[in-house]
Design a protein around this ligand. Structure first.
Ligand SMILES: O=C(O)CCC(=O)C(=O)O
Ligand SMILES: [Fe+2]
Length: 275
């Protein structure tokens, strides 16, 4: 069976091809669901201008300084902040407050990404921001700004399998997905694009991840890969248990995405979203 993305320019077209695309993603039968050109290019440019205006990102046209970070986050990352749950939930509150006014005058990209996911899920499941039993919510989504030289080497994302965070409500989900809206891509050399490997993580794979030898392993094993070429306004979803990577950003245009993580169980009434 070939391993191809489910790709279209509307959710209806995606669901005509696959009536239950999130289940297909959970089962690993497709590398990605790709929605093309769904968020406006003008709004993408508007977001970048807004981040610069509010000094939420470093202006890439200014000379680089010693110690500049290669990745800037606008939002609250469970992966980075989850070690202290109190601090994480407090930080998430500031992100929600920021997102309450950051998009004024633009199409709300967080609402957009939640809406797309809800449409993919259909009526049987409700998409909502992840929350603890006491009702406190996680950060709803995160902008990530990646500058020249930033790369994600082959890895997975999973709250329990990788991060071993059993003290969060999202640990009940068997499957974790990511949703990535491309707000701006690096200059179009085509080099900086996400790659998904047709290989679900297991304990046996971990030594190759740790030793940075996954590429050799994948070649030996003849593992398929799927490169997802994105332009501003494209949105893709993938199962983060598939080994994946993003090669280094090249050039002065940072790669900017809006990212969410998604907790999914077949037949569960809720789909939880966080960052
Ligand atoms: O930016 C992407 O396309 C994927 C990023 C990623 O793998 C991650 O944030 O864990
Ligand atoms: Fe990832």
């Amino acid at each position: 069976m070939t391993w191809d993305p489910i790709e279209a320019d509307s959710i209806d077209a995606i669901r005509n091809r696959d009536a239950d695309p999130l289940r297909t993603l959970a089962r690993g039968d497709t590398p990605a669901i790709i929605l093309r050109g769904a968020y406006g290019a003008t709004d993408c440019a508007g977001l970048v201008a807004r981040f610069l205006e509010r000094e939420l990102m470093r202006d890439p046209t200014l000379p680089a300084q010693e110690g500049d970070r290669r990745r800037i986050d606008i939002g609250t990352s469970l992966g980075n902040r989850g070690a202290d749950q109190e601090d994480f939930l407090e930080h998430a509150e500031t992100t929600r407050a920021l997102f309450g006014h950051l998009f004024a005058g633009l199409a709300d990209p967080v609402e957009f990404i939640y809406g797309a996911l809800q449409q993919l899920a259909g009526d049987g499941q409700q998409v909502l921001t992840a929350r603890e039993p006491d009702g406190r919510e996680y950060g709803p989504a995160i902008f990530r700004i990646h500058y020249d030289g930033h790369a994600y080497p082959p890895h997975i994302d999973h709250v329990t399998l990788r991060e071993k965070r059993f003290n969060y409500a999202v640990s009940r989900f068997e499957h974790q997905f990511a949703g990535i809206l491309c707000v701006q891509n690096a200059v179009s050399t085509g080099a900086t694009q996400g790659v998904l490997h047709h290989c679900l993580w297991t304990e046996q794979i971990q030594p190759h991840i740790r030793a940075h030898t996954f590429h050799e392993y994948a070649q030996e094993q003849g593992i398929d890969r799927c490169q997802v070429d994105l332009q501003a306004g494209d949105l893709y979803f993938f199962n983060t248990r598939h080994i994946h990577e993003v090669p280094a950003v090249e050039g002065d245009d940072p790669r900017i995405v809006l990212a969410i993580f998604i907790g999914y169980n077949e037949g569960d009434s809720d789909i939880f979203v966080w960052a």
